[in-house]
Design a protein around this ligand. Sequence first.
Ligand SMILES: Cc1cc2nc3c(=O)[nH]c(=O)nc-3n(C[C@H](O)[C@H](O)[C@H](O)COP(=O)(O)O)c2cc1C
Length: 378
Amino acid sequence: MFVSGPVTARIFRSFETVAEEQELISIADYEAAARARVQPGALAYLDGGAGDEVTLRDNVAAWGRLAIRPRQLVPVGHRDTAVTVLGNVRPHPLIVAPMAFQRLAHPAGEAGTARAAAATGAVMCLSTLATTTPAALAQAVPEVARWFQVYVFSDRGVTRELVAQAVEHGYEALVVTVDLPVLGVRERELRTKVSAPVSEVHSAAAAGARGSLTPAEFTALIDPNLSWADVERLAAESQLPVIVKGVMTAEASRLAAAHGVRGLVVSNHGGRQLDTVLSGADALPEVVEAVGDRLDVLVDGGIRRGSDVIKALALGARAVMVGRPVLWGLAVAGVQGARRALEILLAELDVAMALAGAPKATDLDSSFLARAPWSGAP
Ligand SMILES: Cc1cc2nc3c(=O)[nH]c(=O)nc-3n(C[C@H](O)[C@H](O)[C@H](O)COP(=O)(O)O)c2cc1C
């Protein structure tokens, strides 16, 4: 179990040891520091969203539109952040979202993120478009609890080989992303012309491509005709539980449940795909209502505070995926920075649980929430 004492102690240790980072105490601090450090092309890829970035902004704002209804005089001297996901007890609800091309943020790349996840007890979800293979990551950081995110390529042989690697190398679940049949219109990327390194996997997928490709060129390898029948086949044939990522509605959630998946991530891909879709926070309740009794429902998008995490759990999510905050940490200070970003969220989660009067993460339900009377933060 992950209780308050050890988390807090660890955070203070890293405050002392990483002297240059003593100023960085919130995710917003890491965001600002990353913006000052990362070169413009990479920053456009890491930070940018689609279209006018309405959904990108709203992902953050939507958590701010929920207010907390705290309980007082509940004994909170002992807090327990544990949750159960896919039948496994996890020490807390944070999962590192799958994010492509992490070496654009820092040379430590996905292995650095995985080390940070392992140090904090978070699950690491490796992207298909990682700058390392599933096998190499497992060999580099064998101690991390890991899931593999699947983009199904038009060349199904490449996908089969990646999934086989994940099964062989101890990944615990497959996360099939369904909100990227084609790439969203990402103007920041178009303007800066970012390109990403081709790893072994990408070379195979890119049929002999050398050097580097743009993210748009990589994503053009993904099958735009993927169907629920394909997902069902993957779920039936796979030796691992399948989670579908990128579902936003009750209708799609019921289809997922009918096609053999074990879980869902309510997600709009961090505002990077279809602009002006609902935020994760606003889409979550209808998905929980439709399938929450049958599937493990997770959510992502705009989680920047521990209080956002308790709101997600109160709305019925079993866990949350955290994206950019981890990459901002990685960009600023490699493994240590990514770890600090996760530790900040965990420390804030612990405080938020105590002050809301929910000593166990599993105590949280909708009675802890109200629509905020203010018009929306930040
Ligand atoms: C730089 C970057 C790369 C991403 N790459 C992927 C990916 O390869 N596969 C995927 O399913 N989602 C990808 N996502 C979406 C994340 O998994 C997640 O849904 C999103 O970042 C959550 O929002 P947040 O960044 O506000 O936490 C990416 C997001 C970012 C920021």
